[in-house]
Design a protein around this ligand. Structure first.
Ligand code: NAD
Length: 483
């Protein structure tokens, strides 16, 4: 396998300048661990604080920039992302291990998000209404919040940052962006494109470093007015406490234990497709992955048999190899954790159906066969987020039990149902306790222009994406005037 280019100049972007740091780190290709993807600077607390100060200083100017100016900047970024989607997808596939088609699609999505928010910068507006008092006029306007600290995970290293950076800038905020440690090349490349989009110095800043130091500095700073975090529930909970304690705005997008319900009247082949895509593509390393497959008793055995055949036929290998369905897990630690879940499933008495083995390929990478178990509702594999290629099937007597099982979780991100019954589809859309429902579609795979997010333990604060992003990235002002 030919190694790709090493990104060596991966530095912080603070107040319009590229800065090195005292310490450095590397990211490696999970499909071939002998390949270094990036050598990058790791920001310390002092550097993050200087990025925050730069953003705070730039705010008075940027918050009063014209909508046209903001739209032009975002449009330019979106245009470049779309034009370079193949190259960026290749980088993403090398750094995270998503297959090339998935990675290119993510790069394109990041571009579409910037294009959408270029439009939002122009569409933003307020309300004008009659006062209840004679001779008084009232209007409701939206203003930017201030400095937005944006903290993102490794699993969608272009799309998730785009979903935060684009609305923050569109609505007139200044940004300090901290990507996850595993994906510095993706974070830096996005920042490099943004750095050439004619933004005033300090409006957008990149700090790469650990969550404990660089991330925590954003959470703690009194100059950061809004923190948007996507990541694990454990870190989200800590961030919520810290940010709420100093009364700044906070938005959390966290994990899920998403269910796909399969009813007896469903097209079973299509349901199996939905399960394979939702549970196993990207190795289940998606917050919307369907790690619970809840199947009505009448079709349970047929569904499991067909799913097993599909899993046997999947091609697991190097993310850049043509025809590969699933690449490697992102790193050694996540592979070890997923294999440990296979051990837990066996120990708690779940019935093994297929997979769950480490795999050897021509290059040294973090490969594993997709694992399927039959479980009971109390099993840990049916209750906790795994974030790996392991799903379990739960048997339900009928639709009512399937819905009850679906909702029997502290999470509430995405839920799907495969059925040909309009009655059950409509009921499910109304009664699934989640932020997003899918009928005859996988639980993962969403549009970029409509709200994204969850309820219960999966999310906190206003939704991301679409027009709803304004709820987080603006603050409302009510103005009265004697006419
Ligand atoms: P993580 O919580 O380990 O890290 C996420 C980010 O938070 C990283 O940038 C990390 O450096 C930073 N961080 C860690 N500790 C911090 C602290 N104390 N203060 C500030 N920042 C800190 O999550 P991960 O392993 O990168 O991502 C996987 C998780 O993300 C899964 O649980 C998945 O479900 C979730 N996720 C959710 C969504 C969603 O939109 N709901 C999307 C993608 C991923």
């Amino acid at each position: 396998m030919i190694h790709g280019e090493i990104h060596q100049n991966v530095r912080q972007y603070i107040n319009g300048r590229w800065e090195t740091s005292a310490t450095t780190g590397v990211s490696a290709n999970p499909s071939d661990t002998s390949e270094v993807v990036a050598e990058y600077a790791r920001a310390d607390r002092r550097q993050v604080e200087s990025a925050i100060r730069a953003a705070a200083d730039a705010f008075s100017h940027w918050s009063h920039s014209t909508p046209q100016r903001r739209a032009d900047v975002l449009d330019r970024i979106g245009t470049e992302l779309l034009a370079r989607k193949d190259e960026l997808g290749l980088l993403l596939a090398r750094e995270v291990g998503k297959t090339l088609p998935e990675a290119v699609a993510e790069a394109a999505r990041a571009g579409q998000v910037f294009k959408f928010f270029a439009g939002e910068a122009l569409r933003g507006g307020g309300e004008n209404m009659a006062s209840v008092r004679a001779g008084v006029q009232v209007d409701v306007t939206r203003e930017p919040v201030g400095v937005a600290g944006l903290i993102t995970p490794w699993n969608s290293p272009l799309a998730v940052p785009a979903t935060k950076i684009a609305p923050a800038l569109a609505h007139g905020n200044c940004v300090v962006f901290k990507p996850a440690e595993l994906v510095p090349a993706c974070g830096w490349t996005l920042a490099e494109i943004i750095s050439r989009a004619a933004l005033p110095a300090g409006v957008f800043n990149l700090v790469m470093g650990s969550g404990r130091e660089a991330g925590q500095a954003l959470v703690d700073s009194p100059l950061v007015d809004a923190v948007s975090f996507t990541g694990s529930a454990r870190n989200g909970e800590r961030i919520l406490q810290a940010v709420a304690a100093r009364r700044a705005k906070v938005q959390l997008e966290m994990g899920g234990k998403n269910a796909l319900v399969v009813l007896a009247d469903a097209d079973i082949d299509h349901a199996v497709d939905c399960a394979v895509q939702g549970a196993y593509f990207s190795n289940g390393q998606r917050c919307t992955a369907s790690s619970r497959l809840i199947v009505e008793a009448a079709v349970h055995d047929a569904f499991v048999a067909r799913l097993r055949e599909r899993l046997k036929a999947l091609k697991i290998g190097h993310a850049l190899e043509r025809g590969v369905d699933i690449g490697p897990l992102v790193d050694e630690e996540r592979l070890a954790r997923s294999l440990a879940w296979v051990g837990i499933a066996r120990e708690e008495g779940a019935e093994h159906v297929w997979g769950g083995e480490p795999l050897q390929r021509a290059t040294a990478g973090h490969y594993m066969s997709p694992a399927l178990f039959l479980a009971r509702p109390g099993h840990r594999i049916a209750r906790e987020e795994i974030f790996g290629p392991l799903a379990c099937v739960l048997r339900a007597a009928d639709y009512d039990e399937a819905l009850a099982l679906c909702n029997d979780t502290p999470s509430g991100l995405s839920a799907g149902i495969c059925t040909n019954s309009l009655k059950h589809a409509m009921h499910f859309r109304r009664h699934a306790e989640v932020g997003m429902t899918m009928v005859n579609l996988p639980t993962a795979g969403v549009d970029f222009h409509v709200p994204f997010g969850g309820r219960k333990g999966s999310g906190y604060g206003p939704r991301e994406q679409g027009r709803h992003a304004a709820e987080f990235y603006t603050t409302v002002k009510t103005g009265y005037m004697l006419a």
